[in-house]
Design a protein around this ligand. Structure first.
Ligand SMILES: [Zn+2]
Length: 463
């Protein structure tokens, strides 16, 4: 409760920031002066604050889960969890999180439970939140295992597309231009190491790999989903399954807006493979473990049904010649699935998933000519400004729409003005305020993307 009160106070603090009228002088004889009073910064409703605070507490309170006598999971210390399996001959770690310092603290904690060397580190996939902590966990003679494709993903995300990838991740988590961003109500625990030193896996495999260590068997299976190189790890002696990011408590992030399209059809197949092993313990790379065969079968069945539903409906919409926007307007999860706590859209979103399926399964061209060789945006934008009678007309309409809460349309009108003339400052300022309002969401990624976008527009005008 105290936490909630603090959040309300922070929210009030933000609303006390001063607001000055911004004046845009006419740029031609036809234009008039615009005086723009920015709207007050948006306030989270108390209900949403409580929901977010609860979600964050549930998933990101540092917790050392003891799952069986020999299996532990450090969850909530950073974005990515680290699993530990102790065997009679040494420790096997699953994933490394995104921060070396925190990973090192977690290893110390593991060593208090079992003082044995780290023999293997298995990477469930190559995303930054699962690998950047690696250097702190590797000891002499530690082998690092991943799929061949995960090793390629690591090379892409850190090396040849690294600059973009780090920017995309910062954008996703709301940090693209931190000094220009609104104060956060709630911090996300994403703290990636900026040291991009990569440790290359020493053992890679294509589809399947297994080994024994002491009293335990580790069966590793390629199970594409969040990435092409995703794997899951089955420990038959304990009936425990580490599934990486193939399952976590949210509607899955079937498409991440700034990243390459994901193999949704294979994601379904991978979850079916996991269900067929009948695990007693399901240990995801984020959020809480699921314990009990029946419960696991139920959550997997619900996840599979939800993903299959969105995928099949999207494919049908593509075949029917519908646009992604038309498909998004039509495709809603069946009610019994939509109400399940583990399928709430707090991380992945159905609309973005549909866009991702369109992106992956069909090309970028709609077949109607105009989009085949489009002009740079500036041509259409300048024509539109001329037809509207001037930039001032468009911006005045944007301000009117902002007062009505039509923030997406505000952004689209401002983008026309910015495309016609990137030096038009007021368009960026108006847009940034609408983006602030759009960031009031129950979806963590949505909050991050809009927070970043607002800060990038402010940065562009040095506001
Ligand atoms: Zn992850």
């Amino acid at each position: 409760m105290i936490g909630i009160l603090v959040l309300v106070l922070i929210s009030n603090y933000i609303s006390l920031e001063s607001r000055d009228v911004i004046v845009r002088d006419p740029q031609s004889i036809q234009e008039s002066t615009i005086e723009y009073l920015p709207p007050p910064p948006p306030k989270f409703e108390l209900g949403n604050i409580i929901k977010l605070a609860r979600g964050l507490r549930k998933h990101f309170t540092p917790t050392m889960d003891q799952i069986t006598d020999d299996i532990f999971q450090a969850r909530g210390y950073m974005l990515g969890s680290i699993g530990m399996v102790s065997t009679s001959e040494g420790m096997v770690l699953i994933d490394a999180g995104e921060n070396k310092e925190i990973a090192s603290e977690i290893l110390k904690e593991f060593k208090t439970k079992v003082d044995l060397p780290v023999k293997y580190i298995i990477l469930t996939h190559g995303h930054l939140d699962h690998i950047l902590g690696l250097p702190s966990l590797v000891e002499d003679n530690t082998d690092i295992i991943s799929s061949e494709k995960a090793a390629l993903v690591m090379d892409k995300d850190i090396n040849w597309l690294g600059e973009y990838h780090f920017w995309a991740r910062a954008n996703q988590f709301g940090n693209a231009a931190e000094e220009y961003a609104l104060k956060r109500l709630i911090e996300l625990p994403y703290n990636p190491d900026q040291d991009k030193k990569i440790i290359v896996p020493t053992i890679t495999f294509k589809d399947q790999h297994s080994f024994t260590l002491g009293d335990k068997t580790f069966e590793l299976y390629l199970g594409p989903g969040e990435t092409e190189g995703q794997i899951f790890i089955w420990i038959p002696e304990d009936r425990a399954l580490f599934c990486g990011d193939l399952y976590y408590e949210s509607f899955p992030n079937l498409s991440s807006p700034l990243l390459e399209a994901r193999p949704v059809d294979q994601w379904i197949r991978s979850l079916k493979m996991i269900a067929s092993l009948n695990p007693e313990y399901l240990i995801p790379g984020h959020t809480r473990p699921v314990i009990g065969e029946d419960k696991i079968q139920q959550v997997l069945k619900d996840h599979i049904r939800a993903i299959e539903f969105v995928y099949d409906k999207s494919i049908a919409a593509i075949n029917a010649g519908k646009t992604a926007e038309e498909a998004i307007a039509e495709i809603k999860l069946p009610k019994d699935l939509a109400k399940l706590p583990q399928l709430q859209e707090v991380y992945g979103r159905i609309d973005w998933s549909i866009r991702g399926i369109y992106q992956r399964e069909k090309g970028w061209y709609d077949g109607y000519g105009t989009g085949l060789n489009p002009l740079p945006e500036i041509y259409k934008a300048q024509e539109f400004v001329k037809l509207s009678g001037g930039v001032d007309k468009i911006l005045l309409r944007a301000i009117e729409l902002q007062k009505k809460g039509a923030h997406q349309l505000v952004c689209e009108l401002c983008d026309i003005v910015i495309a016609a003339n990137p030096a038009e400052q007021l368009a960026r300022i108006i847009k940034s305020h609408s983006l602030d309002y759009m960031s009031l969401s129950g979806n963590g990624n949505m909050i991050g993307f809009y927070r970043s976008a607002a800060s990038l527009e402010r940065k562009a005008v040095g506001d």
